[in-house]
Design a protein. Structure first.
Length: 114
């Protein structure tokens, strides 16, 4: 039954070849760069958050697990909540200076955005 999962094949043109077997492509994640090779930008954002401020860390190149680990470390050091997804880390509140200092202590190249 797993070979006949039609949801993975949406948008595929019908084939009249009886031996045709659909092969889905697997997406690969980029390998995580060394901290000294990362160029991270720490900025603040208020858009779409009902006026609440969040600190955004963008520019991370690597796997989702490494991004989540870095986000977890920053959230613990700042003592606040947040999330890490889609290549950016969101920290609740205005912690730009503290996050830049923490990232530099960890060996990352980080600079303050806006």
């Amino acid at each position: 039954m797993a070979d006949n999962d039609w949801k993975k094949r949406l948008g595929v043109v019908f084939s009249t070849n009886p031996e045709f077997v659909y092969q889905e492509t697997l997406e690969t994640e980029e390998a995580t760069l060394a901290p000294s090779a990362q160029n991270l930008i720490v900025s603040i954002d208020r858009k779409g958050r009902a006026g609440k401020q969040v600190t955004l860390v963008t520019g991370f190149i690597g796997t989702a697990e490494d991004l989540a680990e870095l986000g977890r470390a920053l959230k613990v050091k700042c003592g606040v909540g947040g999330s890490a997804k889609d290549g950016e880390i969101t920290i609740q509140g205005d912690f730009r200076d503290r996050v830049v200092a923490l990232l530099k202590d960890m060996g990352y190249k980080a600079k303050r955005g806006n």
